[in-house]
Ligand binder design. Structure first.
Ligand SMILES: CC(C)(COP(=O)(O)OP(=O)(O)OC[C@H]1O[C@@H](n2cnc3c(N)ncnc32)[C@H](O)[C@@H]1OP(=O)(O)O)[C@@H](O)C(=O)NCCC(=O)NCCS
Length: 175
């Protein structure tokens, strides 16, 4: 990790690659919850939320790396509140930390009541992607991440803890 003259922190510096700020790839998407996406109680299906999480996370990952990305793992997702039929489901994603060929994206999902405008956080998720070289189809290095805010530095630290657990699971499955 290196601090530049402008006070930016550059993580995972690679002389051949320019870092990118978190804001350059942060992504958002939204849609109205329709009957086909709900269960018998009129709540948005968890599987549909997971689908949207994967898409909005992939947007941030591929915008950061300017590369094809594959989902390597989803190591945490929870459903704190339901999203109801007719509400707007909004998703926000941002790169939390870059490793070598992989990076972690955090996703927050919100519901918005059309009549009252009330917004609630419904889901949090962490998705790891690996950058794939378009020619060799092998994992390739991703650009460093430039952290500009205290929140980004906090997410960066927390992502390291999750990676340790994630890779321990992976190692345990192999043996
Ligand atoms: C993800 C994948 C490319 C990793 O390939 P691999 O040969 O195991 O690659 P490596 O062991 O060299 O690891 C490459 C990177 O992936 C990371 N990785 C591999 N498996 C992982 C997992 N389950 N969770 C998190 N990271 C993982 C490694 O930590 C490494 O990251 P780093 O370079 O930043 O340290 C491969 O397992 C794959 O293609 N999986 C299928 C992906 C897919 O089809 N996704 C759904 C559709 S997009």
């Amino acid at each position: 990790m290196k601090r530049t003259r402008e006070g930016k922190i550059i993580v995972n510096e690679d002389v051949e690659m320019h870092g990118k700020p978190v804001s350059a790839s942060a992504s958002e998407m939204a849609e109205v919850v329709l009957p086909a996406q709900t269960n018998a109680l009129g709540k948005l299906l968890g599987g549909h939320v997971m689908h949207l999480v994967d898409i909005v996370a992939a947007m941030a990952a591929s915008r950061h790396a300017n590369s094809y990305m594959v989902t390597a793992s989803v190591d945490y997702i929870d459903f704190q509140n339901p999203v109801n039929l007719g509400e707007i489901v909004m998703l926000k994603s941002h790169v939390n930390r870059v490793f070598h060929t992989s990076l972690e994206v955090g996703v927050e999902v919100y519901s918005e009541d059309i009549l009252t405008g009330e917004r609630k956080q419904t889901t949090t998720a962490y998705v790891t992607f690996v950058a794939i070289d378009e020619h060799t189809r092998q994992p390739k290095r991703v650009p460093p991440l430039i952290l500009r805010t205290a929140e980004e530095r906090h997410r960066w630290r927390e992502a390291a803890k999750r990676r340790i657990i994630r890779l321990a699971h992976r190692h345990a499955k192999k043996h």
